[in-house]
Design a protein around this ligand. Sequence first.
Ligand code: 13P
Ligand code: SF4
Length: 302
Amino acid sequence: MNIVDEIQRLKQDRNAVILVHNYQLPEVQDIADFVGDSLGLSIQAAGTDARVIVFCGVHFMAETAKILSPDKTVLLPDIESGCPMADMITARDMKELKKRHKGATFLCYVNTSAEVKAECDLCCTSANAESMVRDLAKKGEKVVFVPDQHLAGYAAEKTGCDIIAYNGFCPTHARIKPEDVLKQKALHPNAVVLAHPECPSMVRALADKVVSTEIMCMYAHDMKSDEFIVSTEVGIIHRLKKENPGKRFYPASEEAVCPNMKRNTLEKVFVSLTEMSHQITLSRDTMHRARKCIRRMLEYRA
Ligand code: 13P
Ligand code: SF4
């Protein structure tokens, strides 16, 4: 039996579901029950009937799955697959911020630890940050957004809301430079440019659409154009090509690789299901406090 068949057999035995982020390795995407963005994966994790969730993504995503399905076993095949952006803010930093901005609403990106979420009022993904900020602005609330300064900047631009932003950023999206996009545009003048809101503002400004990874897949499918320049992590190109065989996709920069997203290999998925490792555990109190801010996130389906 090859490793893919072994994984399928173990999956049945364990009553497991395999959830995979759009940036994962191609061969890992190919064994998934569901491939998607942070919002879609959270919705799947909250609704699955399986007993075990194998989460091929990064640590905060597996934590979010555990918070939404606390009675299930959530496995992260490589426990070292963290998110450097999420690590840029701690619960202690949050407590300091809350002292400095009394009365504000604290909105965190899903790319945060459970402990940081537990200190926040609301949580969003790149798919629904804009609509959440718009609703908060309508209510006249002062918004503090953590940790991504670029997603905060994007939401502020789109809504006109005066957001107080933390200074975190994604090191992978920071590798995409405006000159990379301009070079691709010169090579492919008819291509539509799609960018993730984690990109710096000068890269976002060169895009036709600034959207989450799932909405990128939707645009690639629905738009008439058959050429796209993609300003995000290169792993998504696999799914885009697979779902749109007649279209062409050009990464804005081959340097936009998130090493953490590449840590979950097929071999580690196999070991994970064999040994039931690595299990995500969180204190009941942290889960309870973090769940309150995550629940609202699921109500805003972009
Ligand atoms: P989405 O897939 O939710 O757009 O987010 C990308 C990301 O930051 C994954 O780390
Ligand atoms: Fe974190 Fe950026 Fe990697 Fe996403 S792509 S997991 S935000 S470092």
